[in-house]
Design a protein around this ligand. Structure first.
Ligand SMILES: C[S@@+](CC[C@H](N)C(=O)[O-])C[C@H]1O[C@@H](n2cnc3c(N)ncnc32)[C@H](O)[C@@H]1O
Length: 207
């Protein structure tokens, strides 16, 4: 999908659908927050949520006391909705509207999180570009947490084709620059009472 079409798609989703109208909605991002605990992520860590949309991950991080949080999304409307939900607390967060494949990080983060954005990059060229950008944007010894549909998950998300990952295909994609720590599978229950099997893997950037 072309860059412009991709943006149009997501602006349209966030303009026309309520949070509970979309399959990826979660009240609480359980798996993502479990990785934060598992890694004992220090409270002064810098965190970026790639394709964060209007998810409640940022709320959970603020509740835990994290204060160096960035949310990046291709959709300005998604960011506007997240800001509106957070109210005054929105000013505690850095917001970036960008396609991740065009993102040129001007700093490095301790913790890079992505739930269900990376899997839309279905060509090798796009996913290789993402790896390069993540390598630039993550500190040495910093962490990368990726959540995608697993090999038993759906083939589409939001009506768009995605690339499913297994533990080994995801590790192979990142292994040059990142060491795998732990992978888990999650059966995500959608608001429509269907199940989507996710794979989440954590990695640490090699120095
Ligand atoms: C399936 S939703 C997941 C949202 C959120 N991460 C969550 O778990 O609730 C995918 C999100 O990624 C964003 N997205 C899709 N492609 C993107 C890209 N190339 N660059 C940045 N964001 C993208 C969409 O706008 C959307 O918010």
């Amino acid at each position: 999908m072309e860059l412009l079409n991709r943006k149009e798609h997501w602006e349209n989703i966030y303009t026309t659908k309520k949070p509970t109208d979309v399959s990826w909605f979660q009240v609480y991002p359980k798996s993502s927050m479990e990785f934060i605990s598992l890694l004992n992520l220090p409270i002064d860590s810098s965190i970026i949520d790639i394709g964060g949309g209007d998810s409640n991950f940022v709320d959970s991080l603020l509740d835990k006391g994290y204060r160096d949080i960035t949310v990046l999304d291709i959709s300005a409307k998604a960011i506007e909705r997240a800001k509106a939900r957070l109210g005054e607390k929105a000013s505690l967060v850095n917001w970036i509207v960008s396609d991740v494949t065009e993102f040129n990080p001007d700093r490095q983060y301790n913790f890079w999180h992505d739930r269900a954005a990376f899997h839309f990059l279905t060509t090798e060229e796009q996913s290789d570009k993402y790896v390069k950008i993540a390598r630039k944007g993550i500190q040495g010894n910093g962490y990368l947490i990726l959540g995608t549909f697993s090999e038993t998950g759906p083939l589409k998300c939001s009506g768009l084709e995605i690339k499913q990952y297994s533990e080994s295909s995801m590790s192979a994609k990142f292994e040059k620059d990142f060491k795998r720590i732990k992978c888990i599978k999650e059966d995500h229950q959608t608001p429509f009472n269907t199940i989507q099997n996710f794979l989440f893997c954590s990695f640490q950037k090699r120095i």
